[in-house]
Design a protein around this ligand. Structure first.
Ligand code: PGA
Length: 256
């Protein structure tokens, strides 16, 4: 069986004080009450300040929610004021880290390069965590017909050698679809996801068939089923609609 088990991951970004953990509790309760249980893994990536509390909150019997982080530093420790290492995130209860999100690759903010993203992915593995490596074209790149070239370049430039299906997830997130309410057509999503799969198999052999490729960018309960049904889409990376348990459960229902 090569079809990977889907993953629906929520990226809370810089949102959430302690009170937001009530949504995590509601999500947990909602999942436990789902009958039949959805056939996918579920992850929430809260801000780093909530990680340890979130991990404790979902530790109880029957809870299946995984906790992830949104970024890490490449080093284990050192003089890097304000940064957090993969080892620290793992100790706090994270199982995965989102690396190379477009909000961190953005030239106007953190301007992370493929090389830096690759180093972060290696740091995740060193810390015993999975890396959720994000790639995706901007609006002008799509309009200029460069989407496939950009996605290929980012994938091959950010994916370290030695990737395994167990420690690597790819998230295709067209920058123009993030937080905009816009989504690509299903044909466009299929074209990109099929290309990513082909490149993963070329790089990793058969293991490349088992790497999960998530779609991200304005995934909502109303469009989740259609997007999750696309060829080589093995789940979703969800921003805004992961903040409320009811919305996120509506997305996860695509796998019920
Ligand atoms: P969105 O964000 O679901 O709010 O569009 C997706 C993301 O940035 O991962």
């Amino acid at each position: 069986m090569t079809t990977p088990r889907p993953l629906v991951a929520g990226n809370w970004k810089m949102n959430g004080l302690v009170a937001a953990l009530d949504e995590l509790g509601a999500l947990d309760a909602g999942l436990k009450a789902s009958d039949p249980a959805p056939v996918c893994d579920v992850m929430i990536c809260p801000p780093a300040t909530l990680l340890a509390q979130a991990a404790r909150r979902v530790k109880g019997p029957g809870s299946s929610i995984l906790i992830g982080a949104q970024n890490c530093h490449r080093e284990v420790s050192g003089a890097y004021t304000g940064d957090v290492s993969a080892e620290m995130l793992a100790e706090a209860g994270a199982r995965a880290v989102i690396v190379g999100h477009s909000e961190r690759r953005d030239k106007a903010t953190y301007a992370e390069t493929d090389e830096q993203v690759m180093e972060k992915a290696q740091a995740c593995w060193r810390g015993g965590l999975s890396a959720i490596i994000c790639i995706g074209e901007t609006e002008s790149q799509r309009r200029g017909g460069e989407a496939l070239a950009v996605v290929s370049g980012q994938l091959l430039g950010s994916l370290p050698e030695g990737a395994k299906a167990e420690n690597t997830v790819i998230a295709y997130e067209p920058v123009w679809a993030i937080g905009s309410g816009l989504t690509p057509t299903v044909d466009d999503v299929a074209e990109v996801h099929d290309l990513i799969r082909k490149l993963l198999v070329e790089r990793m052999g058969n293991a490349g068939k088992r790497v999960r490729i998530l779609y991200g960018g304005s995934v909502k309960p109303a469009n989740a089923r259609e997007l999750m049904g696309v060829s080589n889409v093995n789940g979703a990376l969800v921003g805004g609609a992961s903040l409320k348990a009811a919305d996120f459960l509506g997305i996860i229902a695509a796998y019920a």
